[in-house]
Write a protein that binds this ligand. Structure first.
Ligand code: NAP
Length: 455
């Protein structure tokens, strides 16, 4: 009987998605004690998922985690196949012919919707599209955001909402030395946005943003945070939530903001709590948003929810960003939980209607939903990798084991896959373009531009 994961028969593992979830799984699998060959696929020519396409450009230090991923990619037994759409260019069934195990770590690439009237009016945008646009993600290259109005509303008070609000609030001088996409910098330079309203449906103690991100809002060159002291009065259950360090620090910072005197800043960021969007109105485009007033219901700390009071206010505005969370999309041929927007699994083993599907695994946001910071993925992906290693003895070896079979199959389909060394060339070209304009990199924002570097 063939034993997988031995020097004679290294386990062949495909990882679909090259963000943190995929890389931390690869890190754990690529150890000499259980020989594995990893092929990592990404639909883009560029690796690193949301670290490249999601992390805000002014958070360069967070982006530096890619150095860790570069070291993992440099290990023996690792190959990158960028510009390959699993599910379209190659099917999951085909991957199963070539790999003993297939691990899905392709994240949550779409957004959740509010389901309210007027959501799709012109001027109402998803946070995901704005984030992708300022980060130069090819999917959002052709997006256009009308920044000619003065009042912007951001729905949701998570860290993505904070990123969106901060980028709207920052001056060009604060952004021009980051790796923000050139087209975004150009548009933001013309922005007339003066008021940004961040709207949370629950209270300040329940806000999903973290203290580091909140603190930054007090350090912006052109923008002053505005918080009403009344909005910071906590009920007993919320008081009890102050035992959480992050909640405690958030409330402390919000109180500092509430005590600030008006410094006549050119821009203002209003923190609003206990309000839910009910309707977006306007004549063909966004004109105002109706916000229903809420109270907190439930008495158990950390389990309170928003309940409408029946009152509402109408806030005139010019643009709206919906930032209420990401959502995963299905992979053809793989079970999917439509309600939760993820691949159903038991501890990282994919679960179908008839139970666990042998040889299929998940990691990252497509495993657990769009929660947690980059580092959350490390233990989570290591756990899934451990399940793969545990299962190796019982997994049937895949029938096609030649390492050159996959590149040959892709080439036969005229798919210009991007290898690790190809990516390194694209990376070097982006950095050289950046150096010329005083930025860490100037990204290529179209796939054909990236591939042109390799000709
Ligand atoms: P998130 O943290 O889940 O926040 C979503 C926000 O939307 C919450 O305030 C939530 O309120 C609100 N919301 C959900 N449904 C709503 C509705 N129907 N109406 C009104 N509000 C609604 O999601 P995220 O901001 O997209 O971030 C995703 C993950 O990435 C998070 O774990 C985040 O920390 C991480 N991230 C980290 C960084 C960083 O470290 N700098 C940057 C970006 C993202 P409720 O709490 O009431 O549900």
């Amino acid at each position: 009987m063939t034993i997988l994961g031995t020097p004679e028969v290294p386990a062949r593992i495909a990882i679909v998605g090259s963000g943190p979830g995929g890389f931390y799984a690869a890190e754990h699998l690529l150890k000499p004690e259980h020989p594995c060959l990893i092929d990592m696929f990404d639909r883009l020519p560029t690796p690193f998922g949301l670290v490249r396409g999601g992390v805000a450009p002014d958070h360069g230090k967070i982006r530096n985690v890619t150095k860790v991923y570069e070291k993992i990619a440099a290990r023996e037994g690792f190959r990158f196949f960028g510009n390959v759409r699993v599910g379209q260019d190659i099917s999951v069934a085909e991957l199963q012919q070539h790999y003993d195990a297939v691990l899905f770590a392709y994240g949550a690439e779409t957004d959740r919707s509010l389901g309210i009237p007027g959501e799709d009016l012109q001027g109402s945008y998803t946070a995901t599209s704005f984030v992708g646009w300022y980060n130069g993600h090819p999917d959002y290259r052709e997006c256009a955001f009308d920044l000619s109005g003065e009042v912007a509303v951001v729905i949701g008070v998570g860290n993505v909402a904070m990123d969106v609000a901060r980028i709207l609030a920052k001056s060009v001088d604060e952004l021009k030395t980051t790796d923000i996409a050139a087209h975004a910098l150009e548009a933001l330079a013309e922005s007339r946005v003066r008021e940004i309203h961040l709207v949370g449906r629950r209270g300040p103690a329940q806000a999903a943003f973290t203290p580091m991100e909140l603190k930054e809002m007090g350090e912006l060159a052109l923008c002053q945070p505005v918080v009403s002291p009344e909005s910071l009065v906590l009920n007993p259950a919320s008081e009890a939530e102050l035992t959480d360090n992050s909640v405690h620090r958030n409330i402390e910072l919000l109180n500092e903001f509430a005590a600030l005197s008006d410094r006549g800043a050119a821009r203002r960021m209003y923190f609003r709590f206990l309000e839910s969007p009910l309707e977006i109105t306007g004549n063909g485009r966004v004109g105002s948003i109706v916000l229903g007033k809420n109270r907190l219901a439930g008495t158990e700390p950390f389990k309170q929810w928003a309940e409408g009071t029946g009152e509402s206010v109408s806030l005139p505005c010019d643009l709206i960003f919906r930032s209420i969370g990401y959502r995963g999309i299905p992979m053809p041929g793989v079970p999917f939980d439509e309600k939760r927007g993820l691949i159903p699994n038991v501890e990282g083993r994919v679960k179908g209607p008839e139970g666990v599907v042998p040889g299929l695994y998940v990691a990252g946001w497509i495993k657990r939903g769009p929660t947690g910071i980059i580092g959350t993925n490390k233990p989570d992906s290591h756990d899934t990798a451990d399940r793969i290693l545990e299962d190796l003895a019982a997994l049937p070896p895949c029938p096609v084991r030649e390492t050159e079979a996959i590149p040959a199959l892709l080439a036969a389909r005229n798919i210009r896959f991007v290898s690790l060394s190809d990516w390194q060339q694209i990376d070097a070209a982006e950095q050289a373009r950046g150096a010329a304009v005083g930025k860490p990199r100037e990204r290529f924002t179209r796939i054909d531009e990236m591939l042109a570097v390799l000709e």
